[in-house]
Design a protein around this ligand. Structure first.
Ligand code: NAD
Length: 331
């Protein structure tokens, strides 16, 4: 029967996609050596999401849609996160952003605002400070368990070893490699006959997950902090206030951010930064849009994989050959 055949075909394609995406994830997260562009990965991932929505019985436990990040390297101590480090749902068009806004407004029966931030193309880490002192840094890993990279993180000059106030907190953000450092690093590696990194994100990941902290120290990594996971414990009512607190504590946040009341204003912000992205000194791959008020975030809640109160708008693919981009950045 046609219907059965369609289901069978869907099942075959789901198997194929899970296997393919697993392979690409391993190359990306474990080896830090992607073999396909992110846009290609996102397209296959979206195809899997669509098929799983159509045929929920085909959802496999080990489907990449059911988990957050990648596998862990041998060599680093494994650390369980106090609360999971989630991913973000993606939107690829204005219509998908509007659909997100409709879902949010259905869940909240009151007013809310959107906090817009740049989506830094790096890797997520969690930092712990005790009485103002940096005591631990852990990668996102698979979202539940990450790698203890404290020794490496202590070499990153943008990360304070001591905060301006003796507070105990966990803070999360994105470690990245500035474009200029990436170009210089790849030039140096090429001269020395070493494999070059595919993009600044992979260079940052390879540098942070290097077993020799001196290697990390010799490369110029930086960070933007963007979340306080135990925020409910503090007298902070919004994402906006959380970032202001981080600023006061001496933690580096990205100043390119703004709060808006409507999704049309959010869209204008998206368009502005899409036009400006090549002139920024670090790579961004989109805009992260978060419901600003913590009370509204709690009300909107979470799926297993991502908050329902946030979305990552991904910029359309660029002509993204590393060499072309390198030339653009150096001229
Ligand atoms: P994601 O990149 O879609 O978004 C979530 C992440 O954005 C967060 O975990 C956080 O690290 C980051 N982020 C940056 N700025 C932020 C901000 N201001 N606020 C909050 N978060 C911010 O999801 P993901 O789960 O990290 O990774 C999936 C990505 O990895 C996709 O873009 C995919 O293309 C790529 N990938 C590529 C390959 C490949 O082979 N090329 C394989 C696997 C995954």
């Amino acid at each position: 029967m046609a219907e059965e055949r369609t289901f069978e075909q869907a099942k075959e394609r789901v198997d194929e996609l899970v296997t393919l995406l697993d392979k690409y994830s391993h190359e990306y997260y474990v080896l830090d050596q992607p073999t396909i562009p992110d846009e290609e990965y996102d397209k296959l991932y979206r195809e899997l999401v669509d098929l799983e929505e159509l045929y929920p019985t085909l959802i496999q436990n080990n489907s990449p849609t059911q988990r957050v990040g990648g596998a862990l390297l041998e060599g680093f101590e494994k650390v369980r996160h106090d609360s999971p480090m989630l991913s973000l749902d993606n939107a690829f068009s204005k219509e998908e952003l509007e659909a997100f806004d409709r879902r949010v407004s259905q869940r909240l029966d009151n007013d809310y605002m959107y906090h817009c931030e740049l989506k830094i193309d790096g890797l997520a880490v969690s930092l712990k400070y005790e009485e103002g002192k940096l005591v631990q840094a852990v990668t996102r890993g698979d979202g539940t368990v990450g790698e203890n990279v404290t020794a490496n993180v202590r070499t990153i000059k943008a990360i304070p070893l001591r905060l301006k106030e003796p507070v105990t907190l966990e803070v999360r953000g994105e470690i990245y490699m500035p474009k200029s450092s990436f170009v210089a690093l790849n030039q140096q590696r090429e001269e020395q006959g070493e494999a070059i990194f595919a993009n600044p994100r992979n260079a940052a990941a390879g540098t942070l997950r290097n077993l020799d902290p001196q290697v990390t120290a010799s490369r110029n990594l930086s960070i933007f902090l963007y979340s306080l996971p135990q925020i409910a414990d503090k007298a902070i009512e919004s994402q906006d206030e959380a970032l202001q607190l981080l600023d006061r504590l001496g933690l580096k946040t990205n100043p390119e951010r703004k709060v808006f009341a409507t999704i049309d204003e959010v869209w204008a912000f998206v368009e502005e930064y899409e036009a400006r992205r090549n002139s920024l000194p670090y790579e961004i791959d989109g805009i992260v849009i978060k419901v600003n008020e913590i009370a509204n975030q709690e009300k909107a809640g979470y799926t297993v994989k991502a908050p329902r109160w946030a979305i990552a708008y991904k910029f359309p693919a660029e002509e993204s050959k590393t060499t072309i981009r390198q030339i653009e950045w150096t001229v």
